[in-house]
Design a protein around this ligand. Structure first.
Ligand code: GLV
Length: 308
């Protein structure tokens, strides 16, 4: 039995050390150095090698090294293969930091104050408490729920929307297409933490922007494919949206000369909202492997028919 890691070398070194120390009975190989491919039961990768069924004929679990699994072509994976997304506290904490920073920036009007500074304009706007600002998070998976808990701690009036019903104490939960309109109508700052699936591709578009209160703002820390770029430009132009903070775009990197680069209403970060943290992720993986060995359900297992 063996575990193969295919990814960046720094994380590989940390994982190799932790696996050797905490699970010495499971050989840890760094791709492409795999002594016996028939022994490989577990693979952790962002992009798996092609023809997985032939590369590792006895593979049981494919672990994504990130929170997302949209980079996998599910139709090319062996049908019975379990796919698991990364659920680890370091990645969750970094996402909570980013979402809190973005929401606080929008809540306190910082994009507007920076524009004023560039014009040499000293002008104050009313200061409002967080409790009067309605934040709505789309996507109530591990990251969405953790971000909501943190935003609630900061005092925001929080709601979450998800495909199927969730019940989180202290969070108003909306579910499905039927409740999307009500969720959007009460949302001043919309945060997207949805998984990217055929259903959610292009969801951040004209219809959703039009259902938000005029002057609302957007944070996209999901995937670039969620956003219809011309619809965002149009909503900003018309004042339907007042600002957007985007960590992701499609394609990445954003193309040179793209209108987002120097748009006064848009802040960009280069897909850095969060990242798997090598140390905490190693522990999470080891815990998950122990669960698997004990016949318990894996944490973060993906429903391949839903794509997340
Ligand atoms: C990053 O986008 C990830 O999926 O972890």
């Amino acid at each position: 039995m063996a575990f193969v890691y295919k990814g960046d070398t720094r994380r590989g070194a940390v994982w190799a050390e932790q696996f050797a120390r905490k699970m010495p009975e499971l050989p840890f190989c760094i791709w492409p150095e795999v002594a016996d491919a028939t022994q490989v039961r577990f693979l952790a990768a962002w992009e798996p090698p092609p023809r997985l069924d032939q590369a590792f004929p006895n593979l049981e679990v494919l672990f994504s090294v990130g929170a997302g699994v949209d980079q996998f072509d599910f139709s090319a994976l062996p049908p019975g293969l379990k796919v698991v997304r990364m659920v680890e506290p370091g990645l969750t904490a970094c996402m909570c930091e980013y979402v809190s920073w973005a929401v606080l920036s929008l809540h306190r009007g910082i994009p507007q104050y920076l524009r004023q500074q560039q014009r040499g304009e000293w002008k104050e706007h009313p200061v409002r408490p967080a409790s009067s600002r309605r934040v709505g998070v789309m996507g109530m998976g591990t990251l969405g729920r953790a971000a909501l808990a943190q935003l609630r701690q900061l005092g925001f009036d929080c709601a979450g929307w998800s495909r199927s019903r969730r019940n989180d104490p202290g969070i108003r939960c909306y579910a499905g297409e039927a409740e999307l309109g009500d969720f959007l109508a009460r949302t001043d700052i919309l945060v997207c933490l949805l998984p990217l699936t055929p259903e959610t591709r292009g969801i951040l578009g004209r219809r959703i922007f039009g259902a938000l209160p005029p002057g609302a703002s957007l944070v996209n820390a999901g995937r670039g494919g969620h956003l219809v770029q011309p619809d965002l430009l149009d909503a900003l132009e018309r004042g339907q949206l007042s600002a957007a903070i985007l960590d992701v775009c499609e394609p990445e990197p954003l193309l040179p000369g793209h209108p987002f680069w120097d748009h006064p209403g848009i802040w960009l970060t280069p897909h850095v909202a969060s990242a798997t943290q090598a140390e905490t992720a190693a522990q999470a993986l080891l815990d998950n492997l122990r669960r698997h060995a004990a016949g318990l359900p894996l944490e973060g297992v993906v429903d391949r028919s839903q794509g997340y």
